[in-house]
Write a protein that binds this ligand. Structure first.
Ligand SMILES: NC(=O)c1ccc[n+]([C@@H]2O[C@H](COP(=O)([O-])OP(=O)(O)OC[C@H]3O[C@@H](n4cnc5c(N)ncnc54)[C@H](OP(=O)(O)O)[C@@H]3O)[C@@H](O)[C@H]2O)c1
Length: 346
């Protein structure tokens, strides 16, 4: 008798020998395990809906009194500018950190003219340089302030979707230096003061690129996955010091970086997105399985929930769909670049 026949016959003997009572117990066990599984999924989904649509987040005031400061990196445009404006409206004084001094001055003027009681300070620094002198200047600035909120927003993606082997060394280095080193170094400057005061909020801009592997944006995707893990670990370290840490997960938002101009249900503008972040602090939104993280904008939250439900079993399929989408964006970007080159040469 070969191996298969022998084992099949053993199994059928076992089935025949099982008393009817045990078969019923087995059936009940399977049914209850299945029922519990479905119930836990349903409860998690209800939690997601409550978090996205009903429950409020922690009050921003709980992180620092009126007159305390918020530090925003990448503050001169897009999401950073909106974080600065909305935190100023909530009564925080703002330190604006970004590359272009003239844009920082313009934003500082806008804030002080809109909110007369709010003070601002600006620091122009290029995070791609990773210069000790820049971080020394920032340290001097923040050491004399009661910093209640840090928004690690500065970030760089690939200029256009590009296969990893064709990515230039400069682009790779800039993405890792700005997204990862910039965030780590700024956070190390701000955390000691927060620990002394036993309060504070640290928000870091993550991305769906850090949740789901993004072919043709591999380095950006990796840098955001790094921030996801780093921020979660930091969240656990700092919770005991009274500091709230949150990694903000986002799909597309209209901005210079995304190159999307028209807002839609899936792609909000920075104002709506930032409003959802600041009103849902401490809620997971669509990311109940990620500690110290949130996907707070309603449509992004629903997407995050469903995508993370299926990536475990369908990871290859999701990455493949992502690759096809980025290949098509790359083709269109290259065609546009060709057209513009043609216009210039005529
Ligand atoms: N937009 C999206 O669809 C999206 C989706 C997911 C996550 N995110 C994340 O959200 C964050 C903000 O993105 P965004 O779309 O608002 O970007 P954005 O509109 O391009 O603005 C980027 C900001 O960062 C500053 N910046 C860029 N490189 C810098 C450098 N080397 N040194 C100092 N400052 C620098 C820019 O300053 P200048 O004005 O001087 O250039 C600008 O203020 C990023 O971390 C991004 O990864 C965005």
């Amino acid at each position: 008798m070969d191996f298969l026949t022998k084992h099949t016959s053993c199994l059928s003997n076992l089935e025949l020998n099982l008393a009817p009572g045990w078969q019923t117990v087995g059936a009940y066990f399977l049914l209850s395990a299945g029922g519990l599984f479905v119930l836990s999924k349903a409860l998690t989904f209800v939690r997601v809906l409550l978090s996205l649509f009903i429950l409020p987040g922690k009050s921003l005031r709980s992180f620092g009194p009126k007159g305390s400061w918020a530090v925003v990196t990448g503050a001169s445009d897009g999401l950073g500018k909106e974080f600065a404006l909305q935190l100023a409206r909530a009564g925080f004084n703002i330190v604006l950190v970004s590359r272009t001094a003239s844009k920082l001055t313009a934003l500082s003027d806008e804030i002080t003219s809109k909110y007369s009681s709010v003070q601002t300070k600006t620091l122009a620094m290029d995070f791609a340089r990773n210069a000790d002198s820049d971080y020394e200047n920032l340290k001097t600035l923040v050491n004399e302030l009661d910093v209640a909120v840090l928004v690690n927003n500065v970030g760089k993606s690939h200029d256009i979707p590009t296969p990893f082997v064709l990515t230039s060394e400069e682009e790779m280095t800039d993405i890792v230096t700005i997204n990862c080193m910039g965030t780590l170094r700024v956070t190390q400057l701000v955390v000691p003061g927060m620990m002394q005061r036993k309060r504070g909020l640290i928000l870091t801009m993550g991305s769906f690129g850090g949740l789901i592997p993004s072919p043709l944006l591999a380095t950006y995707s990796g840098s955001k996955a790094f921030l996801q893990q780093w921020s979660t670990a930091l969240g656990s370290e700092l919770e005991q010091h009274g500091i709230t840490v949150e990694l903000v997960q986002a799909y597309l938002i209209t901005s210079a970086m995304s190159k999307v101009r028209r807002a839609s249900a899936l792609i909000p503008n920075p104002r709506s997105f930032v409003k959802s972040v600041l009103s849902k602090i401490g809620r997971n939104g669509g990311s109940p399985d990620y500690a110290y993280s949130s996907s707070p904008y309603w449509s992004h939250g629903l997407m995050a929930y469903f995508l993370t439900c299926i990536t475990g079993t369908m990871g290859k399929f999701v990455a493949g769909q992502n690759r096809v989408m980025h290949e098509s964006i790359r083709k269109r970007a290259l065609r546009k670049a060709e057209r513009e080159k043609g216009k210039k040469s005529t």
